[in-house]
Design a protein around this ligand. Sequence first.
Ligand SMILES: [Zn+2]
Length: 89
Amino acid sequence: MSWWSRRRPMRCDAFVELVTEYLDDALSDDDRARIERHLRGCDGCTRVLAEWREVIRITGHIDDADVDRLDDGVRGQLMAAFVAAHGST
Ligand SMILES: [Zn+2]
């Protein structure tokens, strides 16, 4: 059974919405499983996740407020990675 056969695949923007909670280990098992399934099929989000982990390594933690406070360059880099992953729509 393919991972997407029981529910629609998570979209990349949903991943971005949940990524801080994922990294903070604050998600339900169900949401975490959805993210991990998405990551298996999405190289772009895997790369974005790696970049978030790097941010956490540097800052020690992350939450939505931290995202808002991120240096524009860093945030731009993350968003560029996301856009590159997502392709132009
Ligand atoms: Zn994705």
